[in-house]
Write a protein that binds this ligand. Structure first.
Ligand code: FAD
Length: 473
């Protein structure tokens, strides 16, 4: 029976059964079609709002599978999407009706402690990579939730607790193995295909499919000083004021993240506060523990903290502290800005909008970035935005489809209200499904976008890798 898939242009492509059979026969991993065991689980990603059904899912076991799948898509003109960790808010990993190349079974990591380098396959989660590098007391810059995929995070930029010290994740990539749109497997670095190497460090998945990344590593932990401080909602303004001054003066070893949200029923928060607004400051100090303790004294004296879990703990534990708040399958919608700093007006707006939260799972987050990334030249990597000091993420999260409109509106209102505090830039990895050309231009700026578009024309003239935040020009 002929199998019908969606083509690159959105039309239908009839695949003769022999073509699919030959593909399956030469493929090492599983090729799943609707109805096959495992298909439903494989198409589901972190954001429960995304409900697309690929025509085929190719679950790769290695680079050879990935290259074969790219060639198959190209030969038949199929719509193609690439899944790493499946955490992209816009659901870029899953295409409707086309071929989804799923790398999530490719999770090998090899660490060279002497060279301070790690090679990680593109299906790794942040937790996979941290676990292996921390066995040697090393780490690279990764994000705050351990189930996130390294691939999407890295090709879109990537920031976390080590960003103040070492810049974007993509600034710390030494080389990559890439399957390009022609189906070739290329070793890409500053000395080999430098244009591709540059573009894939922040320009998103527009230029090829990365099968592995080589990261530069730094000594970290393995024990660090970390945890969270909490204040009642009534003290949110005071807590954010303290966050502003404390973070701005902090050395680069200290990164803090502020959050306003409804207190979950977590054992570390007082029972009487559950279900009420709280202000939280997450702390990660990767310098000497005693120095971190000394720095924290001032913050611990602000108002009356109702919880304090900051203690000596494994870095890997710190890297997964937020995991439980971001479960797979919930409905999510985000809006975000880069900020040059935190002004009094932003604090007023934060407190005001936190007072109008419509879901107990939503949060207003401020992540501190300032440091190493600001010191590199604007065009060092497309992740750019080297004027950013903080990221504001307005993160709506809820359970039921009937609550979509109210939760989306809350995030949009807060986004519009805080627009005047923004650098005007945007983080491509935080863009939602409907955010298009104007926000992509905000993410890169015109000159980086033009350079990316030229590289796209060279390496993917037919726009095979189009299920992305698209680069055009
Ligand atoms: C709970 C949560 C927490 C987060 N925290 C952070 C954070 O702290 N810091 C931060 O910087 N970001 C953070 N993010 C954003 C994150 O960086 C992006 O969502 C990123 O896209 C996730 O990568 P993934 O591999 O899981 O994505 P996927 O959804 O699997 O892929 C997204 C897209 O990335 C591209 N892509 C994926 N794999 C490849 C590949 N192998 N080769 C080429 N392109 C590829 C493709 O375009 C793909 O469609 C967070 C996201 C979530 C959901």
């Amino acid at each position: 029976m002929v199998i019908q898939l969606t083509g690159m242009d959105g039309g239908k492509v009839d695949l003769p059964p022999e073509a699919v059979q030959a593909f399956r026969g030469a493929f090492s991993g599983a090729v799943l079609a609707p109805g096959d065991e495992g298909y439903e689980e494989a198409r589901r990603i972190w954001n429960g709002m995304i409900d697309r059904r690929p025509g085929l899912i190719a679950r790769c076991t290695g680079t050879a599978d990935a290259a074969q799948a790219v060639r198959f898509a190209r030969r038949h003109g199929l719509l193609l999407s690439v899944r790493g960790g499946g955490h992209n808010i816009a659901g870029l990993a899953v295409c409707e009706g086309g071929l989804m190349i799923d790398l999530s079974a490719m999770r090998g990591v090899w660490v060279d402690p002497a060279a301070r380098l790690a090679r990680a396959q593109a299906g790794c989660t942040l937790g996979d990579l941290d676990r292996e590098t921390q066995a040697h007391g090393l780490a690279t810059v990764l994000g705050f939730v351990s189930a996130t995929g390294i691939a999407g995070l890295t090709v879109g930029g990537g920031f976390g607790y080590l960003t103040r010290r070492h810049g974007w994740t993509c600034d710390n990539v030494a080389s990559m193995e890439v399957v390009t749109a022609d189906g070739e497997i290329r070793q890409v670095s500053a000395g080999s295909h430098p244009d591709l190497f540059w573009a894939l460090r922040g320009g998103g998945g527009n230029f090829g499919l990365v099968t592995s990344f080589e990261y530069r590593l730094f000594p970290v932990g393995p024990e660090i000083l970390g945890g969270a401080l909490a204040w009642r909602g009534e003290d949110a303004r005071q807590a954010l004021e303290a966050y502003r001054t404390f973070s701005a003066a902090a050395p680069r070893e200290l990164t803090c993240v502020a959050a306003l949200r409804i207190a979950p029923p977590a054992p570390w928060l007082p029972k009487e506060q559950h279900g009420k607004l709280v202000a939280l400051i997450f702390i990660c100090h990767t310098g000497r523990i005693e120095e971190g303790e000394a720095l924290l004294t001032a913050l611990r004296r602000v108002g009356n903290p109702i919880a304090d879990t900051v203690t000596r703990r494994p870095y890997t534990q710190m890297q997964s502290l937020l995991d439980a708040t971001q479960p797979k399958g919930r409905r999510y919608y985000w809006k975000s800005h880069y900020l040059p700093g935190i002004g009094p007006e932003l604090i007023n707006l934060a407190v005001d909008h936190a007072g109008r939260l419509v879901s107990p799972h939503s949060a207003f987050f401020l992540f501190h970035l300032q440091g190493a990334l600001n010191e590199l030249p604007a065009g060092h990597s497309p992740a750019g935005n080297r004027d950013a000091a903080y990221v504001l993420n307005i993160a709506s999260a809820w359970e039921r489809p009937e609550d979509d409109a109210a939760n989306i509106q809350w995030a949009r209102d807060c986004f519009e209200a805080t627009r005047a505090s923004s650098t005007g830039g945007a983080y491509v990895n935080f863009l939602t499904e409907e955010e298009g050309a104007d926000r992509i231009e905000a993410a890169y700026g015109r000159s980086i976008l033009d350079r990316l578009a030229a590289i796209k024309r060279t390496h993917d003239p037919d726009d095979l890798f189009r299920h992305t935040k698209r680069i055009s020009g």
